[in-house]
Design a protein around this ligand. Structure first.
Ligand code: DGL
Length: 278
């Protein structure tokens, strides 16, 4: 049965542990400017990266349930860590199409590398899951070097994208990728495009940076088009930003990171907020 006009007008649901998924949301708004967006950042429980995978799974499902109850027509898991933890369950649990971030970025990296040496920077949980190694396993002649960069998310969640501390940390995290001679680097965490300045500065111009944000936006366009789910409207779009943390802080940091993309934010309450054990 074809979807009704009301169903076609439903928003695209986008979820991340915090601010990183906004990089995906912004790219989606660029390629699909007439689509409504409902974004949920679980900022009260970010970072997800250092948490056990079962905990990430539970949080991610709570967030995705909330977006599905809001009536979204597609879900974008704009978080590599959550994708690695929950993708299979989510595809069984929900009727809407689900787009994730790992495969689109892996595909692009395999397509652009010239020397077959691909670097991946990501959270500790994504590194442990081997999600990128698995995604790239089918591409012949590719060697993957992964470097977890746990503090990058902390910098972004604090709105810090430049300065001596972030530069020193970037030099340390990126050294194994440089040593391996990678000509292509996957930003395997949606927070990292916000650190593209420092990452590119350290890696140099000759290394291709592949952002899961722009690749995922392109994948979202493809999925909506192929499933005939694009909105019939050609006017502006409504964007709803939900956070499990403080809404003023969410708005303030988002604007510091992305300019005027987020105009207002609302706080919602999900489960409890346990401490992160590092
Ligand atoms: N943005 C998320 C990702 O792509 C993770 C950030 C976090 O550690 O919460 O993996």
């Amino acid at each position: 049965m074809s979807p009704t006009t009301t169903e076609l007008r439903a928003p695209i649901g986008i979820f991340d542990s915090g601010f990183g998924g906004l990089t995906v949301a912004r790219q989606i708004a660029d390629v699909l400017p007439h689509e409504d967006i409902a974004y949920l950042g679980d900022t009260a429980r970010a970072p997800y990266g250092p948490r056990p995978i079962a905990e990430v799974r539970q949080y991610a499902l709570e967030c995705l349930d909330r977006l599905v109850n809001h009536g979204v027509k597609a879900l974008v898991i704009a978080c590599n860590t959550a994708s690695a933890a929950v993708l299979r369950d989510a595809r069984e649990r929900y009727d809407v199409p689900i787009i994730e971030v790992v495969l689109p970025a892996a595909r692009r990296a395999a397509g652009v590398t010239r020397n077959g040496r691909v670097g991946v920077i990501c959270t500790a949980a994504t590194a442990t899951s081997m999600a990128y190694e698995d995604a790239l396993a089918a591409s012949v002649g590719i060697t993957v070097t992964t470097s977890p960069c746990p503090r990058f998310v902390e910098f972004v969640e604090a709105g810090i994208t430049a300065g001596p501390e972030v530069l020193a940390v970037a030099r340390e995290y990126l050294q194994p990728i440089k040593d391996a001679g990678c000509d292509t680097l996957i930003l395997g965490c949606t927070h990292y495009p916000l650190l593209r300045g420092v990452i590119s500065y350290v890696m140099g111009d000759s290394v291709n940076l592949v952002s899961s944000a722009s690749e995922t936006a392109q994948e979202t366009w493809r999925v909506l088009n192929d499933l005939h789910l694009t909105t019939p409207d050609q006017g502006g779009s409504n964007r709803l930003f939900l956070t499990t943390g403080d809404s003023d802080r969410f708005k303030g940091i988002s604007q510091r990171l992305l300019g005027q993309f987020v105009h207002t934010a609302e706080t919602i309450h999900l489960g409890r907020v346990p401490k992160v054990h590092r």
